[in-house]
Design a protein around this ligand. Structure first.
Ligand SMILES: Nc1ncnc2c1ncn2[C@@H]1O[C@H](COP(=O)(O)OP(=O)(O)OP(=O)(O)O)[C@@H](O)[C@H]1O
Length: 309
């Protein structure tokens, strides 16, 4: 079987006497964006810094493309691109000078350097600014250059730490599109506090709280983490409230308008089916039935709380 792009085994890290990360395990096998979530101080930056080889862990192992990062850092890092939260930009360099410098640091072969820089200039949409000083670029374009430096050596795995921080709404959309584009042929681990960002870009989510992994799964699993327990039904010829409360599983009733009602239920999936069937059988003229899901914020809050109990 092909090596996982990233494999993290029993990863723990301690600053002085305090453990920041405890026994984290995960693997990333596929291309696409994986969101790394967690409250402030949860351990995201510590985890990312270790995975990128910037910080040495107290315990555990990290393998990048099958290569042990601790034992073979130079080889392993060839497969990693990192864009830290605070961009390491040299503001007096032009875009092209800076990317050439980064390509050199990442040990791109001299003969390949020009092509590597040209490719990322184009791919990240900054070719027309190649001669501009970094200090004269807008925040959105500086972020693009930050992403370009992370992929100039064509790594299989890229880590982006809050890449849309401080951007305006248009720039956010553009940078998110760029992230999705670069994740077509590589894995991207994206740390963010913004749940709409996760929704817009990620296919998988990992969530850390107090240094431990509290969730790992698809965006859909995260979205469905809290079982729905209410539904909205719209009926053209509504019955009396008591009739609705008689449907098996229905526990509560709330009138939203003359024709629209919220019914609370016990989480049993069959209840929604029962509401639909009864409405049809009794000719209540059902025009809409929506199962109300919890928001991503509610799931995030539940997972954070679960860990602090
Ligand atoms: N250099 C350090 N020395 C001591 N403690 C640290 C150091 N860096 C981080 N910590 C502590 O380790 C824990 C995890 O911090 P970390 O920065 O990894 O969290 P985070 O999830 O990235 O937070 P944020 O979202 O606020 O950036 C926190 O309790 C933090 O105070």
């Amino acid at each position: 079987m092909e090596n996982a792009i990233v494999k993290v085994e029993d990863l723990s890290h301690r600053y002085a006497s305090q453990w920041a990360v405890r026994d984290i395990n995960f693997e990333i096998h596929n291309q696409g964006v994986v969101g790394l979530l967690g409250s402030n101080g949860a351990g995201k930056s510590t985890t990312m810094n270790i995975i990128c080889g910037v910080l040495k862990q107290s315990k555990g192992e990290v393998f990048i493309n099958g290569i042990n990062l601790k034992d073979h850092p130079v080889e392993a890092k060839r497969n990693i691109g990192f864009m830290p939260q605070k961009l390491p930009l040299y503001l007096d360099f032009t875009v092209e000078e800076y990317l050439t410098y980064c390509a050199d640091l990442r040990m791109v072969e001299k003969s390949q350097m020009k092509k590597a820089v040209q490719d990322v200039l184009e791919r990240c949409g900054v070719a027309h600014f190649r001669e501009r000083l970094l200090r004269n670029l807008s925040g959105g374009y500086q972020q693009r250059v930050g992403i370009a430096q992370a992929i100039v050596h064509n790594p299989r795995f890229v880590v982006l730490d809050e890449p849309t921080n401080g951007l305006d709404p248009n720039q956010i959309v553009e940078v998110r599109n760029l992230i999705k584009e670069i994740a077509i042929d590589r894995s991207v681990l994206l740390s963010t506090h913004i749940l709409t960002e996760v929704q817009a870009t990620c296919k998988e989510i990992k969530m850390i709280e107090e240094g431990q992994m509290v969730f790992s799964g698809t965006l859909e699993m995260f979205d469905n983490y809290i079982e729905p327990n209410s539904l909205i039904v719209q009926l053209e010829i509504p019955p009396a409230k008591e009739e609705l409360l008689k449907i098996p599983g229905v526990r509560s009733f709330e009138e939203l308008s003359q024709y629209r009602f919220r019914l609370g239920y016990d989480g049993e999936k069959k209840t929604a089916q029962g509401v639909a069937e009864t409405s049809v059988n009794r000719s209540w003229g059902m025009t809409e039935l929506i199962i109300e899901k919890s928001s991503l914020d509610a799931v995030f809050a539940r997972l954070s709380k679960k860990n602090t109990k």
